[in-house]
Design a protein around this ligand. Sequence first.
Ligand SMILES: [Zn+2]
Length: 563
Amino acid sequence: MTHTHASPMQGTLVAMNKLTNISRLSLLLTMGALITISALIATPSTAHARKMVFEPNNVKHISYFPQTDYPLDVYIITGAKPGATGLIVGGIQGDEEGGYLAADQFIDMQVDTGTLIVIPRANAKAVAIAERATVVDMNRQFKNITYEKMRGAIETIKKYISEADVFINFHDGWGFHRKEYTDWSYSPDRFGQSVVTDSDEYTCSNDTILNLREPAFMAIKSANERIQLEKYYLEYFNTRTFEETSKYYTSMTNASTYYVLTAECKPAFAIEASKNLPTVRDKVLVHVYAAIPLLAYYGIIVNESVSPVVAPTMSHVVVDVDGTKYALQSGQTINVTQGSTVTVKNIYGNYQRGYTVDIIGVDAKGGRGQLDTNTPHVMSERGKVVANVYKDSVSVGKVFFQVQAPVQTPVQASVPAPVPAPVPRGGGETLSTGLATPTTPSLLASVNGQIGVYPVAQNIVLNKGDTFTPIYFLLPKTDVPYFVNIINIKGFVPKRLASGINTGNDMGHTMVAGVSDMLTQYAVRPTAGDNFGVGEVFPVVVEYTVANSVARNVEVFRIQILK
Ligand SMILES: [Zn+2]
């Protein structure tokens, strides 16, 4: 940056050093991840280098069948230029993490040309229990629906197939598909590390010929150029589904790709990463490396970008108790009155998608794979109820409801004090996020995916293009219970809100720093008389309630976006 700092900017400089450290940390983490996989997969080629351009309003999220066992979240990413439509489906089998995590990555990519429809977790319940199938294998329901509970999901996937020009199903398969048998792992019978077709080419009933082999080979060649070790190369796998002599004749004719070819006369592929790759990130990269060129073959141009694949965490859940919302960190207990209706509304952490909660022992339900988010639960029995929080199948925390008898004067549900300190560090106590509690009121926020604690006395300095997610507001160690109502970045409207309505609460919403995302009339000068122009510094207002008092405390600090 080119500005000369006058002495009033001292605070900003300190804050910036802090941010630089965090940026450095995130860079180191990224490098660490690259070093881990360098033996396996080359770093992304410059041809696929990502432009940090944010296009607001380009992702449409539609949730089908919420509060059922087979909810379906569909994301439609509209490209800058019109073109063909590609459909990516992940998680149709629940024990294939590379597939659904890679599908998630595509939702965050920028589409230059065409439209991308992504269904990251076709079978969300199977994903939550990390099992291939629930009652039946969802990928064997496409010829005939034999399990009625899946009908809605299957028919919705078919609706999107009818809108797409090419279908790609992301799977993780065992071993490494090879033409020659070496051993169990390297064999023609294994599906891992392959691009799968049902046939080299397929002639539709209207005589249209779909060539599947050529685009598959092109994608494999492109991906293999970025995979360093030959033992991890992708291979082409034609299951010859249409030939009665093929061992896959019976099973694959029930699968999605066969349906796409025969019912819709559209090209269909499965990309199979290997379940035996060393890291989850490797599996994700295999899908990305093969799908980007495959989509490009059909004219759908996607700017490749891959967010860090790290261990999932939760920062807090938002719980609605009889219409009042509370934010709870992992380990916290909230007292509720017997007969209250409790709903876990949102779960925040270091990922945008894939969080579920399972409230145990209420409504005679509970158990792994119970998808209880947004489902009202009536707390009819006194005692302690646990809500287990998962990111996909990974347990990331739990919160508790202490159900108490109603008293003469109705008692509003109360929020307890922060989690007791297990490991003092950095002068404070350790939160569930692993970060020390601050010594001054601070914002817990994620900058470029790295969670940090930002004292309110200092400006938060962002570079243009940085992502910034306010997570929670932290008070210094106190015995007084409090909860946060609103964190409002003035001038920032979360564009991806389904309603399009700015509620003023930006908690959990990701802002990409840059003038295009901000309403500049809200900008202020960071300090009177300094050299910074209008349009770069935005106030942040936090409203929190201490204990159950009606009084609200407001803290203001500022985000500065560098040009
Ligand atoms: Zn699979």
